[in-house]
Each structure stands twice: as structure tokens, then as C-alpha cells.
Design a protein around this ligand. Sequence first.
Ligand code: NAD
Length: 499
Amino acid sequence: MAADKTKTLADWQSKAALLSFETRAFINGEFVAAVDGNTLTSINPATGSVLAEVTSCDAPDAERATQAARATFDSGVWSRCHPSQRKRVLLRLADLVETHRDELALLDTLDMGKPISSSLGDLAGTVACLRYQAECIDKLYGEVAPTGDSALGLVLREPMGVVAAIVPWNFPLMMTSWKIAPALAAGNSVILKPSEKSPLSALRLAHLAQEAGIPDGVFQVLPGYGHTVGKALALSMQVDCLAFTGSTGVGKQLMQYAGQSNLKRVFLECGGKSPNIVFADCQYLDAVAQSAAEAIFHNQGEVCIAGSRLLVENSIREDFVARVVKAAEHMQPGDPLDPDSFMGAMVDEAQYQRVLDYIRQGKSEGATLTLEGEANHSQGYFLSPTIFDDVTPDMRIGREEIFGPVLSVFGFDSEEQAIALANDSDFGLAAGVWSQDIDRIMRVSRRLQSGQVYVNNWAGIDQTVPFGGVKQSGNGRDKSLHAQEKYCEVKTVWMSLSV
Ligand code: NAD
């Protein structure tokens, strides 16, 4: 599903004007208001206009949904149906998502401000993930243990039970698919809690899931805030597994909630401060600089694997940074509905102000402001790229996840120093290595503390490879066959045999 370059800004504006929004929660096969009638306001961050009043769930809604999820899981209607049946239904869902891709992409763009071209890319990833996980589920085998002749040791893979998927707003539908596709394929009942900042595509997805034939109660969607319905799900005794993507701070809270309740499994995909290392021997410096700029400024910098720390060998640093600045100057934010916009609006005022605070912090910490981004909130929340050079590891802009279009550049003189700088972080999500020396590439790749290492590229991605972090970037892996490990328990059946 390639990005659609045939539509113009006017086409997308017309489509957006015709959209209607599902605003109700989806519980046990029905679209319903919250028990207490509460709503939250969805705002288009590119215009400041109100899109919809969306149901805001709380503990009583979580209780209804977890009961329904438990009942359907125990009934076996999905958990024990033939894997090929689950595959068929999920492939149907993938087809429906593909058919409705423009509408779903528009919902994400309007809800959180990312460019429509980026949302279409997310939709391609969403469809691919649903298809990959659906296809794998009738091809994964259990094991027979090498016990000797006097016993038969079967190692069975079984669904966990009730999975609560709590997701962020930066890739609303794609992050959703990374959780729900493997969890549903494995036979779990899944409750999705989208971010309060981007609930609209998840609620539309609920309609498509119903149309695809996912049984009532097997897939439910609870929009609402983290501290209300998110917390209720995380503390629920009925939830067996939490699959979370979001900030490290909330990830830590979820582990506490699991400890305070039923020791549910907690899988976390959290934040990052990813180092992108450029050695002086690398070729095609303009292309590398372009990639380094895209690595941080794509999606307004609101990307978990943003290459937010650029580590450049000092012998080429001045020249290379000048090239990155030149590339960044072409990456100005524009109307998210314009197919040519590379960047859109920041998700909301809080995020916009947070990034501006970091820029003020960087100046006061003594970093060199090489490119100062323009801040414009006459209508929405737009920020263009900012680049700081001479950043050191003790500066907050060098350590903390900013989650906006701000790049911190560090210099280094040796391979050893580059590795030490890269690993001097609480996070370990992604890292990049740019060099022509294959020995160096392997040496450095092995020593980087990171869930993924990109060599002479940034963010190379496919359904076949796992995605996740180490250190405070989280645990467990999304995508690939490894995603199944999060949503299945391993059971041993031991049969003694007379021989
Ligand atoms: P966030 O942690 O604020 O929120 C994520 C989700 O958790 C939301 O649905 C929110 O409502 C919910 N939540 C918040 N408080 C909660 C609580 N007390 N109990 C239960 N749920 C709660 O993160 P965000 O601002 O939505 O997203 C940005 C963060 O996500 C960044 O740190 C980014 O790096 C991270 N992220 C990581 C990945 C990855 O794969 N590692 C991918 C995308 C985003």
C-alpha cells in the first residue's frame, strides 16, 4: 500500500469535511456512553477546533469490559476456536482497514496533527502487521521435549487470557496494531485503551472489527484518561497481561499496579534518547545528513526512536552539522492535510510548551544554538526544527526525551568515546552507526546497549524483525514471531509412559 500521491490538499480537505466520528466506547459488542456520562474533548491541534466530544471511560466501564472479556475468553469462542478461523477473521479485518485507509489516516491526522503522508504510511504498517500476525498463527508449533522414552513432555503455547493494550498518540493506529494483532491472533480477549489525545481511529477500528467477525467481548475499546480507565485496567484482577507503549514514567507506574493487584504480565515499549553515530569514514555525507535530519524531525520529533542524539566524529563535525542544518531548513511544518508537508502540528499545547521549555533549557545550559526553530501558535501548535551543537551528557537536552523537533549534537574523537557516549543513557531503544568499515560496524553494533541498531540507515523496519528496547526503554518485543511470546503462556504437559 504505497503512499497516495494522487490526492491534493483540496481532496483531503473535502474528505475531512465529510467525516463523521464514532465517539462512544465499544463494550461487549455495543457502542455505549460511559456509565457516568463523562466525555473528553478531541481537538485538532493544527487548527485548535473541536472535532468531537468522546466518551471518557472510568473504573465502572473497565469493570464491564473486563467481565465481558473474561467471559468470552472462558467461553472459548475465540480462545479455543481453530487458529485458521482466527486467521480468516483477522485477514478480513486487514482487508477492511485497507479499504478504509483514507478515512482512518485522516482520523489520525486530524486527531493528533501528523502529516497525512505519514498517516498513510502508518496505515500500510497497520495492514501489514495484521496480515503478518494473522498468517503466523496457524504455523507456530509447540514442542516435544527430549525427555527419553519413559515420558512424553509436551510444551504447549496457550493464550494468556485478558490483555489490556494501552497505547500512545504518536502512531495511534500502528501502535494499536502492534499490540492487538499478535494478541488476538494468539486467542486472547483484548481491551484497547487509546490515548485520550487520539481516540478516534481506534473507535472506527471497533466497527471494522465487528464487521470482520471478531466475536462480541473479544475486542473492546475504552477511550479515556490514563489516570482513570487506564489505571483501572492496570489494577484489574481480571486482566492477565498489560501491553503498553508510552512513556517510561507511566511504564514504571504500570509495574507498580501489577504488583498491587494480580502480578499480571507487564510488557513495556517506552521512551528513548537514541544515539545516531557518524564516523568520519562514512561516504555520501549529504545523504547521511539528510537521513540524520529525518531521523529526528520526522513526525515532528514525536517518535520513540527519534535519532535525538547525533554523535559526530570531531574531524568532520563542523562540515557535517552544516549539512544537517541545510537539510533541516527544508523540513518546515505545514498543513497536515497537505500531502507535501513533511512535518505537521505538535499534538497539543502541553507538548508544544514542553518542547519550548527544553529549548530554553538548552540555551541556559550553554549548548550552541545552531538552528533555532520557529514557534507558531497563531492557530495550531507548529514548531520547526531546532539544532543544538556542543551538547554534553550532563545537560538535560542531552539526557531526557524531549519528544519534539530538537536535535542534540555531540562530538567524539575515538570509537571508544563514541560507544561510551552512546551508552551513557537511561534508555536503550535505537541506535545508528554510519561507517564504511565493516569491522568497526560489527564491533560498535555489538557493544551498543540498544534494542535495535541501524547500520547506514535509520529506522529500517519490517514485520519480520522484532522491535523493542532495553534498559528503561522497556522489555518484550513487538512485531515478528517474537511478539507472540508476550501473549502466550508456555505450559508443560508431562506424560509418564510405560516402556
Ligand atoms: P504516556 O505514557 O503519557 O501515555 C501512554 C498511554 O498510557 C496513554 O493511553 C495514557 O492515557 C496511558 N496512561 C497514562 N497514565 C496512565 C496510568 N497512570 N495508568 C494507565 N495508563 C496510563 O505517553 P504518550 O505521551 O501517550 O506517548 C509518548 C511516549 O510514548 C514517549 O515516551 C514515547 O517514546 C513513547 N513511545 C514508545 C514507543 C516504543 O515502541 N518504544 C512507541 C511510541 C511511543
